[in-house]
Design a protein around this ligand. Structure first.
Ligand SMILES: [Zn+2]
Length: 183
């Protein structure tokens, strides 16, 4: 199994890639190291059948430039890699978006990195209001009227409302007064 560079003894070395790389002998349990260290040699090593798709979030993170070459909605690890799609592959949003496959525990990454596609992904029932209300206020204030729901917005995220959604104060002031009274 070939993963160690004979020149410098580094694991999955980028500098001497052409010296140690052997497509027949590579240990694919190191798939994540290939994406991280050797994305510039992507065309030389890419093998959709051998790649360890458990680590496919590393493709999104390190090989977003080659997105079209590796993307496979059925093989991709949505559970652990939804965050990386939103953060690093948002320019390909239309190619990968799937509301049923996306892990909504990573809701905040949609609000933070994909706000320009808000109309396409917004889903009041799936969004993680508990943990990610603040990201709506901070990054999606342009769409305030589309998402605002005083019954769902987490009232412990009022600071972001005040800071980023001041122009909609008449809409959220009631929630603030109600929350303040309860404290
Ligand atoms: Zn080396």
């Amino acid at each position: 199994m070939s993963v160690i560079c004979p020149v410098c003894n580094k694991l999955v070395c980028a500098e001497h890639f052409s010296i140690w790389w052997n497509r027949k002998k590579f240990d694919w349990s190191y798939s994540g190291k290939l994406t991280e260290n050797c994305s510039r040699y992507f065309d030389k090593w890419w093998n959709a059948k051998k790649f360890n798709w458990q680590e496919s979030w590393t493709l999104a993170r390190y090989c977003s430039a080659q997105f079209d070459k590796w993307w496979d909605t059925n093989k991709y690890n949505w559970k652990f890699g939804s965050l990386e799609l939103a953060a690093f592959c948002n320019e390909y949003f239309d190619r990968w978006w799937d509301a049923d496959k996306f892990n909504w525990e990573h809701s905040y990454t949609l609000a933070k990195y994909c706000h320009k596609y808000f109309d396409k992904w917004w889903n009041e029932d799936k969004y993680d209001w508990q943990n990610a209300s603040w990201t709506l206020a901070q990054y999606c204030h342009d769409h305030f009227n589309m998402w605002w729901n005083p019954e769902r917005f987490n009232s412990s995220h009022l600071r972001e409302l005040e800071e980023y959604c001041a122009e909609y104060k008449d809409k959220w002031i009631e929630l603030k007064l109600y929350t303040t009274l309860q404290e």
